[in-house]
Design a protein around this ligand. Structure first.
Ligand SMILES: *Cc1c(COP(=O)(O)O)cnc(C)c1O
Length: 370
């Protein structure tokens, strides 16, 4: 089956009793046992499993080309659960422009538990030098937030394999429609389902997909079920519903983003535009090789500095000034002030989550405010 078909059918189990075509939301916290003490439905207790969560995990494992998957209450928890599977004292290598929420987990919650190096992962010599005996994980974000930097996932996978290190990719920006890290050699894929997967800005969630059903999966399952930061059945239902239209939404996001990137690049008030689909993007060739679609996120810097960036995000009308991304509505954000004082983001940078409005309305709104 192809992507669109999997998206629609793998996360939707028709109801046996009512013959409902759309899978019902099962809110029950507990499931009836059989006379012999068994669990004939396969379900026991809501924290352990639930039909809506199972459908979400099923469709995501299929879409990412993995074997198994575990859904979590937030994207941050999904990432944290991977770190919790590592033995104390493990060394992990992360990108220097890592999503700030996960970076701050490592710097606070894990500061006495894990050793972390944040490096430029496009420098493969530096990566080789940073690997130690206790390195257990390389964490990748591609494209990165908010500078849309890419890393060569295939090359990183080869280095990881040689050193028996697991490679994890935060695939939130690209989505499985745009990029399939497991097919490029990654072991672990992470998503904030809060973003494009749900796609309608009304759910918080996260998910991990694994290439193999191995010991690491058993550990992750324990963190999920015993740790218990699981998503509600209703949240799982909404995300699986969002996934049904993922391919078509991503085509629309990418088409609008490409046009907007081109428009911004030609505008005299704009200093630089960061979008992997632009031929001027320094890694455009790599983007063409490892991505199937360039996605709906872009950033740009204004010539007239931070004040021009503030003026812009406050002036636009079709775009809303807000954080987060991946919904049908376009959002703009002055990223530096969202991230706070330890941010490495340029102060004149504006990040855009390009929505599905008509492109002419988006361009007109920008044109009036640049
Ligand atoms: C939003 C986001 C996260 C964190 O997900 P939450 O659902 O907010 O916990 C992680 N990585 C990336 C790239 C994100 O955009």
């Amino acid at each position: 089956m192809k992507f669109e078909t999997i998206s629609i059918h793998e996360g939707n189990k028709k109801d046996e009793d009512s013959k409902a075509v759309v899978q019902p939301i099962v809110l029950s916290t507990t499931f009836e046992r059989a006379e012999d003490g068994g669990y004939p439905s396969g379900y026991m207790y809501i924290r352990k499993d639930n039909p809506n969560r199972k459908s979400l995990e099923n469709v995501m494992a299929k879409l990412e080309g993995g074997k198994v998957s575990c859904a979590f209450a937030t994207g941050n928890t999904a990432a944290m659960s991977v770190f919790q599977c590592l033995p104390a004292g493990s060394h992990i290598i992360c990108p220097d422009d890592m999503y700030y929420g996960i970076r701050s987990q490592l710097k606070t919650l894990f500061k006495d538990i894990l050793e972390v190096d944040f490096i430029d992962l496009s420098d493969l010599d530096l990566l080789q030098k940073t690997i130690k005996k206790n390195t257990r994980l390389i964490w990748v974000e591609s494209p990165s937030n908010p500078l849309l930097k890419l890393v060569d996932i295939k090359k990183l996978a080869a280095i990881s394999k040689n050193n028996e290190i697991k490679l994890a990719v935060d695939n939130t920006f690209a989505t499985p429609y745009g990029q399939l890290p497991i097919s490029l050699g990654a072991d672990i894929v992470m998503h904030s389902t809060t973003k494009f997967l749900n796609g309608h800005g009304d759910v918080c969630g996260g998910i991990i997909i694994l290439k193999e059903e191995d010991d690491f999966y058993e550990q992750l399952k324990t963190v999920q079920v015993v740790g218990g930061a699981v998503p509600s059945p209703f949240d799982c239902y909404l995300v699986t519903r969002g996934i049904k239209t993922l391919a078509y939404r991503m085509k629309g996001h990418a088409e609008n983003a490409m046009k907007l990137a081109g428009f911004l690049e030609a505008h005299p008030a704009v200093e630089s535009v960061y979008y992997p689909g632009l031929p001027s993007h320094p890694q455009h060739q790599l983007a063409k090789e490892q991505m199937n679609s360039f996605g709906g996120m872009l950033s740009f810097c204004l010539k007239n500095g931070e004040s021009a960036a503030h003026k812009f995000v406050n002036g636009v009308k079709v775009f809303t000034q807000a954080t987060s991304l991946g919904g049908v509505e376009s959002l703009v954000e002055h990223r530096y002030s969202t991230e706070g004082p330890d941010s490495t983001t340029p102060k004149n940078l504006v990040r855009i989550s390009v929505g599905l409005e008509n492109i002419e309305d988006l361009i007109n709104d920008i044109n009036l405010n640049l």
